[in-house]
Design a binder for this molecule. Structure first.
Ligand SMILES: C=C1C[C@]23C[C@@]1(O)CC[C@H]2[C@@]12CC[C@H](O)[C@@](C)(C(=O)O1)[C@H]2[C@@H]3C(=O)O
Ligand SMILES: O=C(O)CCC(=O)C(=O)O
Ligand SMILES: [Fe+2]
Length: 339
């Protein structure tokens, strides 16, 4: 077992990583007990108000969470030359400091793995070749359990919103062609730091998929953006999950649920390890407001698109871009006076 207590040098120094003086407001994050009979109502309320909430009593084995965390720590402690053989990510594989293909950087190293083995890439095979069978086993078990949590939450949402049938949302994530993925992030410690300054670990963004389920160790750093533009720090809790509404979910609810903007400001005195399961639809799935929620097409705020189209456009964007803008319907000219 290797502990990452020493400062870690990322592969090359990128001075472009911004530092921040944190300005925060405090606001309690909604907590939902998945065994509570009121859970579906509370989840809908949290998705409408924040696009974000914490879940407890989720049914995932605590031992599996710590096993995968330890496997991730062991991987990130490998020599840089070995790790770099599994990168750069395309988009799956190992990445360091660079996030995505369009110049975004952060104080981070990570592994991105596709949950669908049919879509597995050479870079991810390299990761599994360099690590023990235990790593692959922990990843597979974790993805399986996280898919269940995601589907449980999506079915509760369907019940809470009166969407019929109740597996309308969850079946996209359960589909064997679902384009879901798992991301393991490591925000290392740093040698020296300006007093009261923190580095941007993962710049502000929304997640493109339907639902993201995040678990981290007990190091702080995650922040979410409120509707008024203020940022709220999310107190870490290694035994719970944090759920994000993603862009595709915002579209399917016709904007009733907001895809939450979030970021990570890295505390460079303590390393942070996070593991996020992104529940996505199959590439061919058509994404549009759900007819059981918005029966009349003229009320749709978004044009229909396939997940594959959305993904391609997301990979042409920068992290902080508003990706849904391209898919918003223009107001009809006949509705505008003076035209
Ligand atoms: C800059 C980028 C990285 C990202 C793809 C993108 O072009 C814009 C969205 C980014 C994001 C954010 C959530 C997830 O971490 C992620 C895997 C995803 O699906 O969209 C990342 C992408 C990535 O790092 O490849
Ligand atoms: O590491 C975290 O806590 C959040 C990372 C994140 O937002 C992402 O990977 O999309
Ligand atoms: Fe994210």
């Amino acid at each position: 077992m290797v502990l990452l207590s020493q400062p870690v040098a990322l592969d090359n120094h990128i001075s472009a990583i911004p530092t921040y003086k944190p300005v925060l407001t405090s606001q309690p994050i909604p907590v939902v007990d998945l065994t509570d009979p009121e859970a579906k109502t509370l989840i809908v309320k949290a998705c409408e108000e924040f696009g974000f909430f914490k879940v407890v009593n989720h049914g995932v084995r605590p031992g599996l969470m710590t096993r995968l965390e330890q496997e991730a720590i062991d991987f990130f402690a490998l020599p840089q030359t070995l790790k770099s053989q599994s990168g750069p990510p395309e988009p799956y594989g190992y990445g360091s400091k660079r996030i995505g293909p369009n110049g975004d950087v952060g104080w981070i190293e990570y592994i991105l793995l596709n949950a669908n083995p049919q879509l597995s890439s050479p870079k991810t095979s390299t990761i599994f070749r360099q690590t023990s069978q235990n790593f692959r086993k922990a990843v597979e078990e974790y993805m399986h359990e996280l898919k269940e949590v995601s589907c449980k939450v999506l079915e509760m949402v369907a019940e809470g919103l009166g969407i019929e049938p109740r597996d309308t949302l969850s079946k996209m994530v359960r589909d064997e062609k679902s384009d879901s993925c798992l991301r393991l992030n490591h925000y290392p410690t740093a040698e020296e730091e300006e007093e009261n300054m923190v580095k941007v670990g993962f710049g502000e963004h929304t997640d493109p998929q339907i639902i993201s389920v995040l678990r981290s160790n007990d190091t702080a750093g995650l922040q979410i953006c409120m509707k008024d533009g203020s940022w709220v720090a999310v107190p870490p809790d290694h035994s719970s999950f944090f759920i994000n509404v993603g862009d595709a979910f915002q579209v399917m609810t016709n904007g009733r649920f907001k895809s939450v903007k979030h970021r990570v400001l890295a505390d460079t005195r303590r390393s942070r390890v996070s593991m996020i399961y992104f529940g996505g639809p199959p590439l061919s799935e058509k994404i549009a407001p759900l007819s059981s929620l918005v029966p009349k097409q003229e009320d749709w705020l978004y044009k229909e698109f396939t997940w594959s189209q959305y993904k391609s456009s997301a990979y042409k964007s920068k992290l902080g871009d508003y990706r849904l803008g391209l898919f918003e319907k223009q107001p009809l000219l006949t509705h505008i006076s003076n035209v």
